[in-house]
Write a protein that binds this ligand. Structure first.
Ligand code: FUB
Length: 323
C-alpha cells in the first residue's frame, strides 16, 4: 500500500479517528459532502449529515464500509454539521461521540450507543450535559479509565466559552501575547454517557515552561486534539489550524501540562488537517486526511494512513504532507 493513497475513494472522508477493537482497526471519519455552501471562517461549508464506520484487519488490508452508522435526522437535538466523531469501547458496548450544532447554532457533543463497533448507533435524546465545542476524541488509559479530549477555536466556538458560559460575540482570536486557549479534558462517567468530572483546560507549555501564546500560530492549539500513550509518556497531538501543522506535546499524566515537542505532519493539500495515532501489531500509524482526491477542495477530503515512528528518545519523526 502506498502511504499517500486514499483509504476510500467512493466517499469523501475526513478527520479519521482510529482504534483497535478486538484486534481489528476501526476508523471513525467524518463523511464530507458538497452541500453547495460557500466557504467561510465558521466552517459552514462543512455540512456533513451522517457517519460511516470503516474497518480493516490490518493497514493495507481490505477496507470495509459498515454503512451509515448515524444520521443527523435521527439525533433529536442536532440541527446541522456532524463534524469529527470518535468512539470508545467499554464492557462490550461501543460509544460514538459526535459534535453537532443545536437549534441555537451552538456546538454540543452527543453520544450514540451500539453493540457493534461498526454501528449502527442509537443516539441519546440530549447532548452530554455541559458539553460544548467540537473535535472530541477518546482515550483509554492503561487502568481502564476513559477520557474525552475536545475543543476547536474559530468555527469550533471554543473561544466563546472562556468565561464558562456562551458568548457569541467573543473574537475568534486576539492578536495579543496572552496564553493560547487550551483544549479541554474530562474523565468520562462510568456509564460513558456524561462527563465524570468538571472539564479542565489543558496547558501547553514551551521549552522554558511558559504557556504557548495565542500569537504563536505555529505551535498554539487550534483543533483536532488526540491523546496516545507510548512507553509511559502521554502525547497530546493537535492541529495548529491556520499554519496547517499537526504538532505534539508530551506530559506525564492525562491532564497535562504538556510540553511542546515538534511537528508530526507538515501541511497537506486543503486547509484543514486532522488525525489520529494508533498502534496495531507493534507498528504505530498516523491516520490523517487531505484534499487530493477532490483536486484540493477543502471540504471534500480523503482519509489516508502512514507509518509513524517514535525514535528511541521518544520524539516522533515528522511525516511530510503532500503540499
Ligand atoms: O470536519 C470538520 C472540521 O474540519 C473538523 O471538526 C476540524 O478538525 C477540521 O478537520
Amino acid at each position: 500500500m502506498a502511504p499517500t493513497e486514499p483509504l476510500v475513494t467512493d466517499l469523501y472522508t475526513a478527520d479519521p479517528r482510529a482504534h483497535v477493537f478486538d484486534g481489528r482497526i476501526y476508523v471513525y471519519p467524518s463523511h464530507d459532502i458538497d452541500a453547495g455552501i460557500p466557504e467561510n471562517d465558521f466552517g459552514d461549508h462543512f455540512a456533513m449529515e451522517d457517519y460511516h464506520v470503516f474497518s480493516m484487519d490490518r493497514v493495507g488490508g481490505e477496507v470495509v464500509d459498515h454503512g451509515v452508522a448515524l444520521h443527523l435526522k435521527d439525533v433529536p437535538w442536532a440541527e446541522r454539521q456532524l463534524w469529527s466523531g470518535d468512539a470508545a469501547e467499554k464492557d462490550g458496548r461501543y460509544y460514538l461521540y459526535f459534535p453537532a450544532k443545536d437549534k441555537d447554532g451552538v456546538f454540543r457533543i452527543g453520544v450514540a450507543v451500539s453493540d457493534d463497533p461498526g454501528g449502527p448507533f442509537t443516539p441519546q435524546p440530549e447532548p452530554m450535559e455541559g458539553s460544548f465545542s467540537i473535535d472530541q476524541s477518546t482515550f483509554r488509559d492503561d487502568d481502564g479509565t476513559h477520557y474525552l479530549y475536545w475543543g476547536g477555536i474559530w468555527g469550533g466556538q471554543l473561544q466563546r466559552w472562556t468565561t464558562g458560559s456562551y458568548d457569541p460575540d467573543a473574537p475568534e482570536e486576539r492578536d495579543e501575547d496572552v496564553p493560547a486557549i487550551g483544549p479541554r479534558v474530562a474523565r468520562l462517567s462510568d456509564d460513558m454517557l456524561q462527563f465524570g468530572e468538571a472539564p479542565r483546560e489543558i496547558q501547553i507549555l514551551d521549552e522554558n515552561g511558559d504557556p504557548i501564546l495565542q500569537t504563536d500560530h505555529e505551535r498554539r492549539f487550534f483543533e483536532a486534539c488526540w491523546m496516545h500513550k507510548h512507553e509511559g509518556t502521554y502525547y497530546l497531538s493537535y492541529s495548529t489550524g491556520d499554519t496547517h501543522l499537526i504538532v505534539y506535546a508530551t506530559g506525564d499524566n492525562p491532564y497535562g501540562p504538556f510540553t511542546y515537542q515538534g511537528v508530526v505532519l507538515t501541511p497537506v493539500l486543503g486547509w484543514t488537517t486532522h488525525h489520529s495515532i494508533v498502534e496495531h501489531e507493534g507498528q504505530w500509524y498516523l491516520f490523517y486526511h487531505d484534499s487530493s482526491l477532490s483536486g484540493g477542495r477543502t471540504h471534500l477530503r480523503s482519509m489516508k494512513v502512514a507509518e509513524l515512528t517514535h525514535r528511541p528518545d521518544g520524539s516522533i519523526e515528522t511525516i511530510p504532507g503532500d503540499r
